[in-house]
Design a protein around this ligand. Structure first.
Ligand code: SAM
Length: 220
């Protein structure tokens, strides 16, 4: 199937799949396939493995991501989504913070070839050590799957420039196993509104990611 651009900068499609243009041709990150169109190689972006892809598949849009964007990414794991962000923001910088030493090792390996990726072994609940070094960013993307996700997000939002964008990926079960996910998503929205942020979108990520939502905000 022919590969064509989507409405979102840096994101392509062949029909059923979202794709990003591979910054490191010949290399897959998590076993994804690498379709080609002439001399250009792409990477399939799996919405069951990446909440940002799920957000787009569910009707969201790429707010803020562009070729030279700077991104502070909290909870980068082994770099599945961060690698696609690195494809999209190919001439930008992605500071990828991760608390697990095991996942951090994968990030270090990824950064050997993806030079726009800066791995940081750190704790998103204590942003001062990396926040000072990272400076002001265009986008904060958070996917930490632990308690107090909105509180952690607001602590880190200090490093987002005016009119910059934040993506808070909320995992309901990390907040409260018993409460309704809808109530948890609305509570997170209430917290960011109370902090004076503008809510651009709140979107549930089913069927790709169960009990998850993406909350997208903008700094005034
Ligand atoms: C759902 S996984 C991330 C998946 C990744 N964002 C992706 O899409 O490829 C959540 C990650 O957050 C990390 N994490 C949890 N608490 C954290 C914290 N306080 N600071 C930094 N990372 C944290 C976990 O170690 C885990 O790797």
């Amino acid at each position: 199937m022919a590969i064509r651009p989507t409405e979102w900068e840096g994101v392509f499609t062949d029909g059923p799949w979202l794709l990003t243009r591979n910054l490191v041709p010949g290399t897959a990150v998590y076993g994804e396939s690498l379709p080609r169109d002439g001399s250009i190689e792409y990477r399939r972006w799996d919405a069951n493995r990446s909440k940002l892809a799920a957000y787009l598949k569910c009707g969201g849009r790429v707010w803020g991501f562009h070729e030279t964007a700077s991104v502070l990414y909290l909870g980068a794991g082994s770099g599945t989504t961060a690698s696609h962000v690195s494809d999209i923001c190919r001439n930008g910088t992605i500071t990828a913070v991760e608390i697990s030493t095991r996942a951090f090792r994968d990030l270090l390996r990824l950064a050997e070839t993806r030079t726009n990726l800066v791995p940081v072994l750190g704790d998103a609940t204590k942003p001062e050590p990396y926040g000072g070094r990272t400076g002001v960013v265009d986008i904060l993307y958070q996917d930490v799957a632990q308690r107090d996700q909105a509180g952690i997000f607001l602590k880190n939002f200090e490093w987002v420039r005016p009119e910059g964008i934040g993506y808070l990926l909320v995992k309901a079960r990390s907040e409260d196993m018993a409460a309704s996910p809808t109530r948890i998503f609305e509570a997170a929205k209430g917290e960011v509104l109370d902090a004076g942020l503008k809510v651009l979108d709140l979107r549930v990520l089913a069927p790709y990611q169960l009990d998850h939502a993406a909350l997208v905000v903008q700094k005034p």
